[in-house]
Design a protein around this ligand. Structure first.
Ligand SMILES: C[S@@+](CC[C@H](N)C(=O)[O-])C[C@H]1O[C@@H](n2cnc3c(N)ncnc32)[C@H](O)[C@@H]1O
Length: 255
């Protein structure tokens, strides 16, 4: 670890302790998960450093990062949700911008509830503040690869741009966990990067950017997302849609 990242890690440790002191119920329920190494080493600048929130927590920034596709990808998730009265929907990992707010609002009319999981206390604190107007959101300090949430406890589960940030072993566990906590007949909705068509000029822009900043993301260019799912998943359970010349994908798994 470089001097810079050690200093950030120390500042971050302080932020965790401060947060746990103000949110004791989170620590009381089960022992809090540690920050995974890949998050600390590769993504501290995006999710753990307090200044990251100031920079990234704006809709126009996330929209720019997604080349103007944030709204249409959010709509792709909302349109896929089958919202029944009193449904329970799990969002695995916080998302910058308005995504969770739109999701919580979409669920509210039917009396449905959104449960939000993240491994980083600073992200959960930020989400609580950002979503304070929504009374139907519940927060869980959990690692996506080993959640303490009960099996089959959600009608639908959403995993939005998390998998490309995780090393393959963690990604496989996250997918298995998302399936485990979703009830039979429910849906798991994954939205993430995908290998774009050769004719898509963004292919040549994004490849070096991802290689530099997001080293695990190119796995999702090389292999289709179902390749990381448990062997028990059958092709007829899956539906895929592609966006923006194939740079993004939505994969819906009916459990
Ligand atoms: C959903 S992903 C990326 C979302 C998207 N790039 C955006 O605009 O925010 C980012 C979140 O995943 C969380 N995260 C990363 N690894 C995790 C894990 N193993 N368990 C739970 N949350 C995790 C990070 O703390 C961060 O809040």
């Amino acid at each position: 670890m470089s001097e810079d990242s050690r200093a950030v890690a120390e500042r971050y440790e302080y932020a965790v302790n401060e947060y746990t002191a103000t949110e004791p119920h989170l620590a009381a329920v089960h022992s809090p998960p540690a920050i995974p190494d890949y998050l600390q080493d590769t993504y501290w600048w995006a999710y753990l450093h307090p200044k990251a929130l100031h920079f990234f927590e704006r809709e126009w920034v996330v929209n720019l990062i997604l080349w103007g596709n944030m709204r249409s990808l959010t709509q792709a998730v909302l349109g896929e949700l089958d919202v029944q009265p009193n449904s329970r929907v799990l969002q695995v990992a916080c998302v910058y911008g308005e995504f969770s707010s739109l999701l919580a609002g979409h669920l509210a009319d039917s009396g449905s509830r959104l449960d939000l999981v993240d491994v980083a206390p600073i992200q959960l604190k930020n989400a609580r503040e950002k979503l304070s107007a929504h009374r139907n959101v519940h927060y869980h300090h959990e690692d996506s690869s080993s959640m303490s949430l009960p099996s089959a406890s959600f009608d639908q589960t959403v995993v939005f741009f998390l998998l490309h940030e995780q090393p393959e072993d963690v990604r496989r566990k996250t997918i298995a966990e998302a399936i485990r906590v979703t009830r039979p007949g429910g849906k798991v909705i994954f939205v993430d990067y995908h290998g774009p068509r050769r004719s898509n000029p963004f292919r040549y822009v994004m490849k070096p950017v991802l290689k530099w900043l997001e080293p695990f993301a190119l796995d999702l260019w090389r292999q289709e997302l179902p390749a990381f799912m448990p062997d028990s998943v059958r092709p007829e359970q899956l539906q895929s849609e592609f966006y923006f010349g194939g740079l993004y994908q939505k994969v819906v798994l009916t459990v």
